[in-house]
Design a protein around this ligand. Sequence first.
Ligand code: ACO
Length: 451
Amino acid sequence: VDNVGVLAMEIYFPSQYVDQVELEKFDGVAEGKYTIGLGQSKMGFCSDREDINTLCFTVLHRLIENNNIDLRDIGRLEVGTETIIDKSKSVKTFLMTLFAKEGVTDIEGIDTTNACYGGTAALFNAINWVESSSWDGRKAIVIAGDIAVYSKGPARPTGGAGAVAMLIGPDAPLVFDRGVRASYMRHAYDFYKPDLSSEFPYVDGKLSIKCYLSALDNCYQLFCEKMKRKDPDFKGLLSVDGMLFHSPYCKLVQKSLGRLCFNDFLLTPVEQRDGFFPGLSQFNNYKLEDTYFDRDVEKAFMAYSQSLFEEKTKPSLHIARQVGNMYTASLYGGLVSYLISKSPDQLVGKKFALFSYGSGLASTMYSINICNDVSAGSKLEKLINGLHKAVKFLDERESVEPTMFSNTMDVRTKNYHTAPYEPSGSIEALFPGTYYLVKIDEQRRRIYERK
Ligand code: ACO
């Protein structure tokens, strides 16, 4: 089968957010720390009415409804998440409620977990399945979703929540390049969730940034090597139209683009550097591994990459800036943001590179091509029109005072392990079509409804 990739997409984020300017005041930090320092403007959050099942249910239902998907045409359903509410039972099995209603139960795939990387692993599983001998001609659905919450302190403003659903199959408008995925995986304790009685991670912020950047360096160099084997003219960043990143907070993404230019600089023979990178020769003898927090390198290469950033990356940050980190869904929210920033004819034939990072750590850089086949053009247009509809919800959200946000976090924290439990969060506040938690019974079984 040819042109395997994304046929349709949906995104869901919570109906309430806290403004980062107000949060700076509430937290008593310097003005600009969250908005300029982290590059964040708003942070979406969920009350105790929502959990990982409701997020995934909601986005799946929207995908099916808006694309008139016949459930009998789905042979695989994958979920990537790090929001764990059950040590055994997968989110996927909850989602089967929708399929079983139609008598559809022959569906492969299950949940995949490693921090923000699970969505990418789930996506690769789906792509691989369609390209494999196990494929039976049906399509796959991949859901990536998370509720990103941190305990009080410096990491809290880098939270967020949301879910993305993707329909995968052949003859797609967004096609995955084969044989060039470049991964970097190793052990690190930068961010992990060993306390199963808490929703919050243990996080070593500085180490997580260092791990993210070192994974980026490694993936980028390997990705370029693999691409060059297929196309000797491949020039890394300069050969892609979009460069998308997992976005813990937008400032790190801008720094990351500068970092790729620093990689390109070091990969350029010294005698040619002045031509391509004028005025940067003072960094000739610098090394990647010594410069994760080097202010001079960071500043110089962010300035160098400013216009590349505006063109190739900034359009992908629209949702991340307004919702925050959606963990496994973050990179795919970036893809949605990029797609809606252009018209279909601006996108035809374009190539994107995507960098997926999950702490602990697992990372991959891979690429997507927008099909330039005319018959796929209408599919692309339909995909983008659908996304415009979904993203409009950003402006229909309710701004909530930081005190209310903080109280909501306290309610979630206090009741994380309470059973039986009846949530107190407002149903009124949810968008129409949102699934919500009605109650948890004494056997800790969860009961849901759809608004
Ligand atoms: N105006 C403008 N900028 C400011 C101001 C101000 N008044 N005050 C501070 N800043 C800047 C700082 O200079 C810093 O910028 P820099 O990174 O360019 O140096 C930025 O704001 C953040 O300030 P720090 O003091 O570095 O923030 P702190 O250490 O308190 O927390 C951190 C930041 C580590 C990112 C924290 O939010 C965190 O731990 N987040 C979760 C971990 C994370 O997201 N890791 C990324 C990869 S892993 C993943 O995806 C989960």
